[in-house]
Design a protein around this ligand. Structure first.
Ligand code: HEM
Length: 243
C-alpha cells in the first residue's frame, strides 16, 4: 500500500477490535454480540450449506439441472456434493460446541415455542420479551433443528453414498429422509435469512461487524442487555406487557 494511503487509513474501530476475541461486552454505544470465531464458524456453516444446496438440487431433479453449470456439469456435482456434505457436517459440529452453552431451552420456552403458539405471537409483535436472554426460544429451536437436520442428512446421505451396503428398503427410506429433511431445512433457512436481515434491522451486523446497538439489544434481548450492561431495563411497553 502506498505510504499516503496508509496514512489516511481510518483509525482502528475499538468495537471491532474488541470483537476479535471477546463478546457480550459494551463498547461505547454498541455491544459485541458475536466474536470473530463465532462469526467465522457461522459463515463456514452457511457456505458449506449452500454448496450442498446448489450441487444437490441438480442431482435431485432435472428442473434444477441448470444449477449444475455453476460447477461444471452434473458429473462434477455428483462428486462435490457428498464431500460438501461432509464439510457441512464437520462445521456444524464445531458450531454446535461453540454455541451449545447459550442454547439450552428452558421448560417454558420448550412448551411455548415447540407448540408454535409463541412463534405466532412473536411474528405479530405480541410477545412480552422482558425476560429474553441472548437468544430467544425461537432462535434456540432453530439451532437444534439445524443440528438435527444436519444429522439426518448425514446419515441418509452416507447410505446413498454407499448404496450396496444396505438393503433396498433402507435405501428407499434414506432417499425419503434426505429429500423431506432438505425441503423442511430449506424453508427454515429462508425464514432464518429473512429474520436475520430485512425483518429485524440491526441483526445482520451482529454476524458481519460482530456488534449490535444498545437500543437493538434492549428491544430484542432485554435480559441479555441487563446482564451485559448492568443497567436496569426501562419498564416494558404497555402494549407488549401481558403481566
Ligand atoms: C445468507 C444466509 C444467512 C444469513 C444472512 C444469516 C444470518 C444470521 C444472523 C444475523 C444471525 C445472528 C442472530 C442473532 O445474533 O440474534 C444468525 C444466527 C444463526 N444462524 Fe444464520 N444466517 C444465514 C445462513 C445460515 C445457515 C445456512 C445456517 C445453518 C445451516 C445458519 C444457522 C444459524 C444458527 C444456528 C444461528 C444461531 C441461532 C439464531 O440466532 O437463529 N445460518 N444467522
Amino acid at each position: 500500500m502506498p505510504r499516503a494511503a496508509a496514512a489516511h487509513r481510518r483509525p482502528a474501530d475499538p468495537a471491532v477490535i474488541m470483537g476479535q476475541r471477546r463478546e457480550d461486552v459494551v463498547v461505547g454505544n454498541e455491544i459485541v454480540r458475536h466474536n470473530r470465531a463465532s462469526r467465522l464458524i457461522h459463515w463456514v456453516v452457511a457456505l458449506t450449506f449452500f454448496a450442498c444446496v446448489f450441487t444437490g438440487m441438480p442431482i435431485w431433479t432435472p428442473l434444477f439441472g441448470w444449477m449444475a453449470a455453476l460447477f461444471g456439469g452434473l458429473t462434477v456435482c455428483r462428486v462435490i456434493h457428498p464431500w460438501a456434505g461432509v464439510a457441512f457436517m464437520l462445521s456444524t459440529v464445531v458450531m454446535f460446541f461453540e454455541w451449545l452453552s447459550d442454547m439450552h431451552l428452558k421448560k417454558s420456552e420448550r412448551r411455548e415455542w415447540i407448540s408454535g403458539s409463541r412463534a405466532m405471537q412473536y411474528m405479530r409483535y405480541e410477545t412480552d420479551d422482558s425476560n429474553v436472554g441472548k437468544y430467544n426460544g425461537g432462535q434456540k429451536l432453530q439451532f437444534w433443528l439445524v443440528c438435527f437436520a444436519a444429522l439426518g442428512l448425514l446419515l441418509s446421505g452416507l447410505m446413498m453414498w454407499f448404496p450396496r451396503t444396505f438393503p433396498p428398503i433402507l435405501m428407499q427410506l434414506s432417499y425419503l429422509i434426505h429429500d423431506i429433511t432438505f425441503i423442511l431445512f430449506m424453508m427454515l433457512i429462508v425464514f432464518h435469512i429473512y429474520l436475520g436481515t430485512v425483518a429485524e434491522p440491526g441483526t445482520f451486523g451482529s454476524m458481519t461487524r460482530g456488534t449490535v446497538t444498545k437500543a437493538w439489544a434492549r428491544l430484542h434481548h432485554p435480559r441479555w442487555y441487563r446482564e451485559v450492561t448492568g443497567e436496569a431495563a426501562p419498564p416494558p411497553h404497555p402494549h407488549t406487557h401481558h403481566g
